[in-house]
Each structure stands twice: as structure tokens, then as C-alpha cells.
Design a protein around this ligand. Structure first.
Ligand code: FPP
Length: 235
């Protein structure tokens, strides 16, 4: 029987190489990559994907050149300003995961506003990971949990996997069914570490700016034929 992937998460890799192959600055690749997000998002409803999560900026990406980091921050701001109306019209609910403390105040207010403006939408859920790292997320969750234990709101013996999951940035999301990484790298790079325990993975050679809805649909069809066991032995 064919199964649908409710939640697909994507590591959008290869923007820099795509630009370099064309003799262009890396930011040109990021701009082309941002345009792809719209195409993949639009393919979700008919493919039965209810949650799309994309890795836009990792806690390690601050180590890139200052030009690239500030260019990406500017791109995120422009993207939010430009796409807000289309996201509302298409019924997309947008949420962000990651640590907002280190992000520019203007960007954070645009993120907050977009979350609020799209909070009643339900056609598809887009989650953007921005200044996100899986270890950082679990560490921040452990700190919040420890504070609740200190103040007596939570007893240590009551800490279960479900309770911990409720402290993560992703507390509103189901676990991903399928994680896709583009550009030929077979690594998870600190993305959704806790949440992907039973996810299926697809590593494809296509660079992110060349990744089409057609290829996305092919990967979903392949996922539909996989047998998922979640650690069990099926009869
Ligand atoms: C990885 O390619 C890509 C990034 C670090 C940035 C991802 C950002 C976008 C696709 C644009 C914005 C997205 C949204 C949701 C507004 P890379 O630079 O590591 O490529 P390389 O491995 O070829 O150097």
C-alpha cells in the first residue's frame, strides 16, 4: 500500500556551488535557492504533504564570510516582505524554529509578524529553520526543563521522551517522515536530530537551485513504496 509523507524536511544544499559554476557570487545562488522554496511549497498540497520544513541557516553558518552572512540575513528579510501576501493567499502557515536571540531585531519582528499573519492558515505548514542546530535546540530544551524542575513545576521522574519533545522548538510538528538533502552530500549536519529518529532519507545530487517540483514528486512516489518498520519486525 502506498503511504503519503505528511512531513517532509529539506536540507537545501548546493547554492554556493550552483553560483560558482556560473561564475557568480554565492549570494546569487542563495537568491535562486529562495525562489525554489516557492515551487516546492506549491507542490505540497496536491502531493499530500501537510508539513514542509526547510533548513535556511544553521548555528554553524555564522562561520561563513561576513558578506555572505549579512547577504543571507538581508535575503531572509526581503523574502518575508515579498512573499507574505502570496503565503497568506495560498493558505500557508509559517513558523520558525531555531534560536532568535542572535538574530537581528528587524528580522525577528518580521518573523513574528509573518507567524501571526499566517496563524489561521491550514492548507500547508511551512517551518523555516533559522539559526537552528539540533544540538543547540536540545540544549535549550534541557535548560528550560531544568528551570521547571528547579522551580518545582516539573518532577525529574516525570521527564519522558514526550515531555522532552514538548520543550523542543518543534513541539507543534509531527516527526518528519522523509528528509531530503540536495547537492550530493550524505550528512545530516545537525538538522532535526531528535525528530528524525525514524525518518527515511534521500540524498540527491541535484543542487538546490535546480531542484524541481518534478524531482520532489518522484522522491515522494519512491517514499510511498518504502516499508517503514519503526524498529519492529513486521509479520
Ligand atoms: C546551502 O547551500 C544553503 C544555505 C546555507 C542557505 C539556504 C537558504 C536559501 C535556500 C534561501 C532562503 C530560504 C528561505 C526560506 C527564504 P551552500 O551555500 O552550503 O552551498 P554549497 O555547499 O554549494 O557551498
Amino acid at each position: 500500500m502506498s503511504q503519503a509523507a505528511d512531513h517532509v524536511a529539506i536540507i537545501m544544499d548546493g547554492n554556493g556551488r550552483w553560483a560558482q559554476q556560473r561564475g557568480k557570487p554565492r549570494l546569487v545562488g542563495h537568491r535562486a535557492g529562495a525562489r525554489r522554496v516557492r515551487e516546492i511549497l506549491e507542490a505540497c498540497p496536491s502531493a499530500g504533504v501537510k508539513y514542509l520544513t526547510v533548513f535556511a541557516f544553521s548555528t554553524e553558518n555564522w562561520k561563513r564570510t561576513q558578506v555572505e552572512v549579512s547577504g543571507l540575513m538581508l535575503l531572509f528579510k526581503r523574502y518575508i516582505r515579498r512573499e507574505t501576501q502570496a503565503l497568506i493567499d495560498d493558505g500557508v502557515r509559517v513558523r520558525f524554529i531555531g534560536d532568535r536571540m542572535k538574530l537581528d531585531k528587524v528580522l525577528v519582528s518580521l518573523m513574528d509578524e509573518l507567524e501571526l499573519l499566517t496563524s489561521q492558515n491550514f492548507v500547508v505548514n511551512l517551518t523555516v529553520a533559522l539559526n537552528y542546530g539540533g544540538r543547540d535546540e536540545v540544549t535549550r530544551a534541557a535548560q528550560r526543563m531544568a528551570r521547571d524542575v528547579e522551580t518545582g513545576k516539573l518532577a525529574a521522574k516525570d521527564v519522558t521522551a514526550e515531555v522532552l519533545a514538548g520543550f523542543l522548538d518543534t513541539h507543534f510538528l509531527p516527526d518528519p517522515d522523509l528528509v531530503i538533502r540536495t547537492s550530493g552530500e550524505a550528512r545530516i549536519s545537525n538538522f532535526l536530530l531528535w525528530q528524525s529518529a525514524y525518518a527515511e532519507y534521500e540524498f540527491v545530487d541535484t543542487l538546490w537551485p535546480d531542484f524541481t517540483a518534478n524531482e520532489f514528486n518522484q522522491l515522494l512516489a519512491k517514499f510511498g513504496k518504502r516499508e517503514r518498520k519503526f524498529g519492529a519486525v513486521l509479520a
